[in-house]
Design a protein around this ligand. Structure first.
Ligand code: ZN
Length: 310
């Protein structure tokens, strides 16, 4: 099993291609770090144009489809074991409580990348009238649909130009989804058209500016295209019709360095304030300091051991 996994990773590595910056579409990377946690040559870089940290090489087309259908569930252990499953359930309850404290009761929700379905399940339990999830991942969706009984409320699809909803959600959530998308700006623009104009968009991403010594090398993952900070996320929101109203940083819990933003649509006449330009060299040094490639706890030796056991 392990041998076939390593072989598949090697094949994926051969088919990685140059990728433009997910933030601005330019192709002007300054290299930070070459290999990801699976030894794939992803070229973690800073965009010289917009300062977003991103993978300058990565998955595309058939290779991407093969990765997500065959490798991702194994690498990420989806569906998780019972103990981890309970952790996801607790996180969803925590998220629901945190988010409700800011946005109130929204009555309608779209959860993009609904995963195992626990957040939607919490919304349903709190009497949301309309709730819909999008989840392309098979094992996760099966859990949401069958185990939690969410049925047709979870669609087997990504957000794209064909997505139509039977309601305009007052709350749209993306928990650890935006960093996976090659064109996150387009996703935000689509959400802007689909949601209630008075609604809330709540996004969670890993915070590259946080401290993540326990993650170390594990932070660099072929499926994470963008490595946002509050500044680069705010720039993306502003460029796509949103403004950030609240930021929340959590050192631990959901993720080591979890960034949550609560955003709303701009009124048509509202001018957007350009955020301060991020300090590209600072972030580069910050990342290099925390990737300890030879660490037995979270460096390459540990990853080799884990891959051999999968
Ligand atoms: Zn860029």
């Amino acid at each position: 099993m392990a041998f076939s996994l390593l072989n598949q990773l090697r094949q994926i590595n051969r088919h990685l291609v140059e990728l433009p910056c997910p933030g601005c579409g330019q192709n002007d990377p300054q290299l930070i770090w070459r290999y990801d946690r699976y030894f794939l040559r992803v070229n973690l870089s800073t965009c010289r144009h917009c300062s977003l940290v991103y993978l300058a090489r990565g998955l595309k087309g058939d290779t991407q489809a093969r990765f997500y259908s065959q490798l991702y569930p194994r690498l990420m252990r989806q569906p998780p074991a019972s103990k981890a499953m309970w952790n996801y359930r607790l996180l969803a309850g925590y998220r629901f409580s945190e988010i409700s404290a800011v946005v109130g009761q929204c009555q309608s929700v779209l959860d993009i990348g609904a995963g195992l379905g626990f957040f939607l399940d919490a919304c349903r339990a709190q009497n949301y009238e309309h709730y819909m999830g999008l989840e392309p991942g098979g094992p996760q969706r099966d859990h949401a649909v069958q185990v939690l009984g969410l049925g047709e409320h979870v669609r087997p699809e990504e957000l794209d130009e064909h997505t139509q909803l039977p309601f305009a959600p007052r709350l749209v959530t993306l928990f650890h989804v935006l960093e996976h998308l090659q064109e996150p700006g387009k996703a935000l623009a689509r959400i802007a058209k689909l949601m209630d104009p008075l609604g809330w968009l709540v996004i969670e991403v890993p915070d590259i500016e946080a401290d993540w010594p326990e993650l170390g090398l594990l932070q660099v993952h072929v499926s994470h295209r963008s490595y946002f900070s509050a500044q680069t996320l705010e720039a993306l929101l502003s460029a796509n019709g949103f403004h950030a109203q609240h930021w929340r940083r959590e050192a631990h819990g959901i993720y080591e360095g979890n960034l949550r933003v609560y955003a709303r649509l701009n009124a048509p006449a509202t001018p957007t304030v350009a955020p301060l330009p991020p300090q590209a060299n600072d972030i580069r040094a910050h990342i290099l300091k925390q990737i300890r490639p030879l660490s037995l706890r979270n460096g390459y030796p540990r990853m080799a051991w884990r891959l051999a056991r999968l």
